[in-house]
Design a protein around this ligand. Sequence first.
Ligand code: GLY
Length: 366
Amino acid sequence: MKKIKVKIPAFPASDYTIEIGSDFLHTILPRIKKLFPEKQIFIITDSNIAKTKNLKLLLDKEKLPKYVITPAGEKSKNINTVVKIIELMEKQAFGRDTIVIALGGGTVGDMAGFVAAIYKRGVDVVQIPTTTVAQADSAIGGKTGVDSLVSKNAFGSFKNPSAVFIDVNTLKTLDEKQFNAGLVESIKHALIADEKYFDYLKKNLEAILARKNKPLEYIAQKNCQIKASVVEQDPFEKNKRRILNYGHTIGHAVESASNYKFLHGQSVAIGILAANLIEQKLGLGARERLEILKDIFSKLKINLKIPKSVTKKQLLDIISRDKKAVKKWPRFVLLEKTGKVLYRDGQYAQKVERKIVEDAIEILLK
Ligand code: GLY
């Protein structure tokens, strides 16, 4: 037998810039054209955004090829939509010189990023997030993908954007439920990385909820700094990046089990409470934080009641299929204290006995 070794050189390092501000959406398209002069632009957005002034502001009377995801939301985040987008791009003769612009929330960004990752083996993508979830989290860091009928983001790829533009003014058209639920990702960032930021969020919640530009720009900046610093250390989620999944293991399960009736941020809020209950069981002294979190979530008017149709068995079944599960049991990111993730035995995500997780789920289902 002959053996041939194929040596793959390391992927070249790359970087991208995140620009944060307000009222500059109308300037982005000319800037993209200047930054990427040889590229053909294809826009991916959704039916919600198409109804707002955001798409008009971005295009500024230009007619560019686009795909409008309909209906907007997680229900469309599947491989069938990806096929439709890709076939439309093919019919319109887009080549490797394409740059995809994702204008929208997490669903649009995840799908557009995934399309860019696989179209003709990869084209560029620029993210222009327009929701609190996307501006805080999903537009940065390169996780892209779509759901299968069985689980969230089952098809996926890492695809870093070539640039990100965050105009907090785009949040003004977001409905209250989505706006508030998306703030849970900001709370998550503060919990895992920065106690002072957590205090800022507590103290300035009213101004944030009033959608004042300055606090919105500040939280966008803090979120991006925290996320970027984690992603730079562990882009492919071998270990440290897992801290960004705080509250997401049980959160994703609730989101899936609710058949996506629960918003992502709303589900993560429940997941954060579950993590807190586990922390308490493990003697990590999280009781006081539980009350603070409940108070914040109540100010955000987040419904934390899991639908009656969802069972413990169903949630356990979903978490056993978590992407990061080891022997069909997930690891949990837990807090040592506010602003600091528990790091034990070289790991940022911990083994937790099944009974402890079951008890936490039971409390949440009550
Ligand atoms: N949303 C978690 C991550 O980007 O890793």
